[in-house]
Design a protein around this ligand. Sequence first.
Ligand code: FE
Length: 198
Amino acid sequence: MSAGTASKPHLTRETIVAFLGDIFERRGGEEYLGEPVTMAEHMLQGAHFAEKAGEREEVIVAALLHDIGHFTSEFGTFSMADTQDRHHEDAGAEVLAPFFPSLVTDCVKYHVAAKRYLCATRPAYFKRLSEASVHSLKLQGGPMNDGEVAEFEKNPNLADIIKVRHYDEAGKQAGLQTRPFSHYAPMVQRVVDAHCGG
Ligand code: FE
């Protein structure tokens, strides 16, 4: 293994949940740049709000895992030439894709696009963004243009993608207590098993 690269972990439906839990455990304390919560707090808060709203398990799991791509170095895809955190949504969706339904992977893959979509279509939404989120919006291409909006609206999972985006925004509250990853692990496994065939 050369310096700056990680070997690609061999993941199966039996190991994927432990793999994800281990990332929360070891890396979850890392700062979520510009926000008053850690990465784990942010994702657990997203899941907390989805669960509280009575969402389906796939949506709760999507909220829980939406930013997992921030830990790309865990996926064996990281190299020193990478620009940090660039396209984390694609990296996250890619590692989840073999094990999760498209509803989950689309919510992960398009949570950044959803912000650009909402800024273009719902002017009031922009005011709700955190300072860090406004800053990253610029780097992500700003609000969508009309063509991008029309294209985005073709996604059959649009409604759930938007929901997860709102849980993402909600999950930035300093000091809010949530349940740990272990609370969600059986639910994550159920979603994996349903997708991978019982
Ligand atoms: Fe997020």
